[in-house]
Design a protein around this ligand. Sequence first.
Ligand code: TA6
Length: 279
Amino acid sequence: MYIHKELDNNYKYIEIKNEEAEAKIALQGGHIFHYKATNKKPLLWLSDTAIFRKGKAIRGGVPICFPWFGPHISDETLPQHGFARTALWELVEVKEETEKLTEVELKLESNDEYLKVWAYKFDVRLKISIGKELTLSLQIKNCDIKPFTFTTALHSYFNVSNISDVVISGLNGAEFEDSLTNEVLLQEGDLIIDQEVDRVYFGASSTIKVEDAERSFLLRQKGSNSLVAWNPWIEKAKALSDMPDEGYQTMLCLETGNVRKDERTLQPDEVHSLEMVVR
Ligand code: TA6
């Protein structure tokens, strides 16, 4: 079953529950901010001080970065990570496929407001499957008469028992750009996080395994050759007003993307599909 919910400030989201899982998806940003398989802990991290308000991205869950990831390439007055994560998406349908699987489709289309900051017509669909696995599939279509190039990411915040216990495998040998130092390096072995990390990996395995002291999960990716790993660590967490000071200890961002040199170009009518599956 699913229900439409609304906060006092008109912030709308839908709540989904089936035999395998439960989830919450905000229409602003097409943003899933809760997913929990039955009898398991919540998979997605959500800040205790997250803000649910028009124009503000939720700190947690899976923000959708589009049509650019990170700061805008030439205009720093434009919103970090693009406008899609704070835009109001339209709910296309909720399909209760079986008692164990619910599929939600949302869409975002170009309009006069977006055309002012990004001069291309697009149609973006986000399909979220809620079941034993969580699947997010982002389909980006060029509806313009000229090609466009974009960057994008499923900026996923995962819950971990304690960041110090986390081992991330599947990155061994992959090149990464360290956003903190601008160095380009090669990953040796598993990724362990014991300080601030903000990296873009290229050519990692399409299946990443995350293990902590209490559980492990697999992240499978399609249509992506770049993966962002981010943990703000102590000082940056303190500086983020919508994250508790100790919030960095229980979160890990691993973001399936098309980021930096993995940017994609679409010809008119072409579609690119970016997908992540977690179980
Ligand atoms: O994906 C990593 C990153 O781009 C970091 O550089 C970090 O700033 C983070 O995203 C959060 O960005 P936000 O705009 O949500 O504060």
